[in-house]
Design a protein around this ligand. Structure first.
Ligand code: MN
Ligand code: MN
Length: 410
């Protein structure tokens, strides 16, 4: 048991502090007014403080009293990642190198200008994406030479299967910004297979032989990768679709998915969730749950028996508590651009603690979604048995809804 008399929680600290220090009036009055049991008091913190980070992480400064023990950090912010800036946009990543716990999934943020191109490339991992702002033209070709050319708008997804070469180009007056998700925590967006890089590192005589063209054809191939570069706008969509499909046709299953038009999988008073796995988006080996919690809403107490969960926060402010067994629990705060991670079968919940909707994605390296709800487990276990564990009346256990709630309140 790690709890002991010397452990200083917020409440015990304030209790001691107010007794010992009241006479010297160095402790500011504690505010009980607006924020509930987790609220940080107006206690001035002496010594050196990073006030900006403290303000973003109130549940680390004054953890809930139910938090206990050592739980490895499960949060990293894209704001701490190095941004690689190019003429046509920028990119930054959060991988297992930044957040060591995140072994199964890595994330990349990318911004492209109007006409900015993420160079033709491929990689070993599958690439899942959600458009956060603006729109893009995407292209890909599969192992049968079948093509895909499409356009993706805000809230919509794409999936490039492992090894399938592709490109992304910003459309619209201000280009676009999107999140990429890869099914390998050690993925590195700066170490992909690039068309310019490979051509430059292949002798021109080999290129000449490969394409049955004169060597001079390849004189202008760049000597350094383009990676992200400013280009002119793409051609007419329908023309490009028919040109790329000549002789082979298009891919049998689309690489894009209009998640923005999808009916939520579940709607409650507290919010909604859209679950997008291979049942709805057949090409994807990566499953997503797009969750919206209204202010005060709670993503119910649950865990995932089949995979780790990787999260990206799109908007709003929330906090997540993870229980890691052995009496250990930790709460961390999340806002736009933050990444969270929960190991397989570790129970957790997320609360919206802001005044606006909290929107985030739960991502899984799996082609299907699974979770186990604490409430549903209890509802389908003999009520007498549960009652004997928890000291809660059998009638109360029997009244727990039999279906999964997902987002509270129902
Ligand atoms: Mn890619
Ligand atoms: Mn979860």
């Amino acid at each position: 048991m790690e709890n002991n008399a010397s452990e200083v929680t917020r409440r015990t600290f304030i209790g001691v502090a107010s007794t010992a220090l009241a006479a010297t009036a160095t402790v500011a009055a504690q505010s009980q007014s607006n924020m509930g049991s987790h609220d940080a008091p107006n206690e001035e913190q002496p010594g050196a403080n990073n006030n900006g980070l403290d303000a973003q992480n109130p549940d680390s400064v004054w953890p809930p009293e139910t938090d206990n023990g050592t739980v490895p950090p499960f949060k990293y912010s894209f704001a701490l990642s190095r941004k690689r800036i190019e003429s046509g946009g920028w990119t930054r990543q959060v991988t297992a190198r930044e957040l060591p716990i995140s072994k199964t999934i890595a994330g990349v943020e990318m911004r492209l200008t109007h006409g900015g191109v993420r160079e033709l490339h491929w990689h070993v991992s599958a690439e899942w994406a959600i458009m956060l702002y603006g729109s893009a033209r995407i292209t890909a070709v599969d192992h049968n030479g079948q093509s895909f050319v499409g356009e993706v708008g805000e809230g919509d997804l794409w999936l490039f299967p492992p090894g399938v070469p592709h490109s992304i180009q910003g459309l619209g007056p201000d280009g676009c910004k999107f999140l990429l998700v890869f099914d390998d925590g050690n993925f590195d967006e700066f170490q992909t297979f690039l068309i310019t890089d490979w051509m430059h590192h292949t002798p021109k005589e080999v290129l000449a032989k490969n394409f049955n063209l004169p060597e001079s054809t390849f004189d202008k191939v760049p000597k350094k990768e383009l990676f992200i570069f400013q280009a002119g706008m793409p051609g007419d969509l329908k023309k490009e679709q028919s040109q790329t499909a000549e002789g082979t046709g298009t891919v049998p299953q689309r690489f894009d998915f209009t998640a923005s038009q999808m009916k939520p999988t579940k709607i409650t008073a507290g919010g909604e969730v859209k679950i997008i796995d291979a049942m709805t988006f057949p090409v994807t080996p990566i499953t997503a749950a797009i969750v919206k919690l209204k202010p005060g809403g709670l993503r119910e107490l649950h865990w995932h028996p089949n995979q780790d969960e990787w999260q990206y926060y799109i908007s709003g402010k929330g906090r997540m508590t993870v229980f890691t067994a052995g009496s250990r629990a930790r709460t961390m705060d999340f806002e736009e651009g933050d990444v969270g991670y929960i190991l397989q079968s570790n129970p957790h919940y997320i609360e919206n603690i802001g005044n606006t909707d909290l929107v985030f994605v739960e991502m899984f390296k799996s082609d299907h979604y699974e979770d186990i709800s604490l409430a549903q487990w209890m509802a389908h276990t003999p009520a007498l048995l549960v009652s004997q564990h928890l000291g809660i009346d059998q009638s109360v256990i029997e009244a727990i809804p039999k279906e999964k709630i997902v987002v509270d309140p129902r």
